[in-house]
Ligand binder design. Sequence first.
Ligand SMILES: C[S@@+](CC[C@H](N)C(=O)[O-])C[C@H]1O[C@@H](n2cnc3c(N)ncnc32)[C@H](O)[C@@H]1O
Length: 280
Amino acid sequence: MLSYRHSFHAGNFADVLKHLILIKILEYLHKKDKPFCCIDTHAGPGLYELNSDYALKNKEFENGISRLWQQPNLPASVEQYVKVIQHFNVTDQLNYYPGSPLIAQHFLRVQDRLFLHELHSTEIERLTQTVKKDRRIKVFHADGLKNTLGLLPSKEHRGLILIDPSYEIKTDYQSVVDTLIQMHKRFATGTYALWYPVVDRTRNQHLELALKQSAIKNIQLFELGISADTAEKGMTSSGMIVINPPWTLQADMQETLPYLATQLGLDHAGHYRIETLVKE
Ligand SMILES: C[S@@+](CC[C@H](N)C(=O)[O-])C[C@H]1O[C@@H](n2cnc3c(N)ncnc32)[C@H](O)[C@@H]1O
């Protein structure tokens, strides 16, 4: 039984990093006219109202997108991310926050395709309404990890697989790695972006070790923390592990992450990691 609702967290510091990197990868795929395919294994409802009871419960967006919204002199990648979010807000007021499906749809050209997965019965209805009828998009009410295996390799032979689980059960960390290894066997040249939270650092250490020992090459990690690790409940950092990243991504993040750590960190004292887990 799924209980996670991303509407409580939309636009928080973790979404900022996740969606900024998503945009950098999609922008990179745009550079060639050749079609690409984007697969979102855990899509969520697609669009979030920041005036909803869900979003207002903990106002997580106030420590995320809100801190960048009217900010001058943003680093280039942050400015590009904020511009995409602005596209979904008709006024200067920040009322809406797009999820990964709408961000991916924003970057689709006629020749590209997007596959979306969502398991939650309410979220799948909202997702279907949000993306409406778009011939380039196929929505699955299915387990995104299992179903994606059947979609690979994609006929485009270029593309991105975004894996953004809610990690509701501890075994999610292991099943994500197991499935990622299987996906990579079917489509070794694809770009994979795996989001992770830091709630209990030992789980992250196991995840990183499993990937290092997986025989997959070219793995980079980008992490943003707003406070130090703690044994108490709650997410203090989160990150993206990217397999076959755009070659420009690490340099971009060298400029972006120090800024985000200062701007979004509690007392402006956040922290970040940029690491090559496995070389090319
Ligand atoms: C973190 S949220 C996704 C947020 C979204 N990717 C975004 O960036 O806007 C995770 C979503 O995955 C859904 N979910 C959980 N397990 C799933 C599974 N096995 N397959 C597909 N969706 C799943 C949850 O219902 C939830 O809506």
